[in-house]
Design a protein around this ligand. Structure first.
Ligand code: AMP
Length: 288
């Protein structure tokens, strides 16, 4: 039976027993609207831990006033049903109150939190880092699992753990995709049927751009060709399409080592993000 709590007191009562028994506790933070991407992180947590906690909380501080905090999909009863059908975790924590009325402290992230998402959403990573630190403090997990779907967020969390000496191991989960390649996302439910078809081009174009790079196109040529192809399928509103160092997230001018390709764009009014690894292949491997 999955336990459900929504106060920090009930959370602690449940965790205390597990901690006293020496259980290794894994955490998967989510905002709900659960899909196979979230469930894959929970499976990973189960494989690494004795007890798995998932949180469902739409964190207001990572949304700006013009973003979709009010309309973000909230289906708590569906989510609880999904978790229980799959026996996906041991405890679900849906905090009723995360921030006191006079809450006045925020983590300010720099380094890998600069550029990319931060250029369009300057509030975002400070909100994410603050809520994740609060969840780490409340739950004290041994392990926390984050998806590569939000690659920059994953790097921000790793940086937070390193910089603040947090005693938690961060494990990354691969991106789960629909059959046509679209990265699973709660926000995909915003797409109309036509937009959904358009969105299926994103992964194809990422892969093609990666191949172009691996076949010796320059970074700017590959990105420009990718943008033209996105335009040709009706995607014109692109926040970024960038090839970056996979660890520092510095943009790279020349492709001569493994890289990460990251993209954020709008299909209609829905903002989608995706990314893929771009391994650097030696000359002999490309032409063999
Ligand atoms: P969210 O509920 O969107 O805040 O996401 C919660 C966690 O699930 C984050 O660590 C995300 O990176 C991860 N996640 C979201 N979509 C996917 C996906 N398609 N594949 C794997 N992980 C995902």
């Amino acid at each position: 039976m999955i336990k459900f709590v929504n106060s920090v007191q009930d959370l602690h009562a449940c965790l205390l027993r597990w901690q006293q028994n020496g259980h290794r506790i894994g955490l998967v933070p989510t905002m709900g609207g659960l899909h196979e991407g979230h469930l894959s992180l929970l499976s990973l947590a189960k494989a690494h831990c004795d007890k798995v906690v998932t949180t469902i909380y739409v964190n207001p501080t990572q949304f700006s006033a013009t973003e979709d905090f009010g309309s973000y999909p909230r289906n708590l009863s569906d989510d609880l049903q999904t978790l229980s059908n799959k026996n996906a975790c041991d405890l679900v924590y849906c905090p009723q109150q995360m921030y006191l009325d006079n809450h006045a402290t925020q983590i300010v992230s720099s380094g890998v939190a600069l550029r990319l998402e931060a250029d369009s959403r300057p509030h975002f990573f400070n909100g994410v880092a603050t809520i994740i630190l609060k969840l780490f403090n409340q739950i004290k997990p041994d392990v926390a699992i984050f998806g590569e779907k939000d690659y920059q967020q994953l790097m921000v969390i790793k940086q937070l753990v390193r910089d603040l000496d947090l005693q938690v191991e961060i494990i990354a989960g691969h991106i789960q995709r629909e059959k046509d390649g679209l990265a699973m996302s709660t926000r995909n439910s915003y797409l109309s049927d036509n937009e959904r078809k358009t969105a299926s081009n994103i992964y194809r174009i990422l892969q093609k751009t990666a191949r172009n790079l691996q076949e010796n196109q320059s970074v700017s040529e590959a990105i420009n060709a990718g943008i033209l192809e996105l335009n040709s399928v009706g995607i014109n509103n692109i926040d970024y399409f960038s090839i970056n160092d996979p660890n520092t997230l510095e943009p790279i001018a020349k492709f001569n080592s493994d890289a990460r390709m990251l993209i954020a764009l709008y299909v209609g009014t829905t903002r989608l993000i995706d990314n893929i690894a771009v391994p650097f292949l030696s000359e002999s491997r490309i032409h063999s």
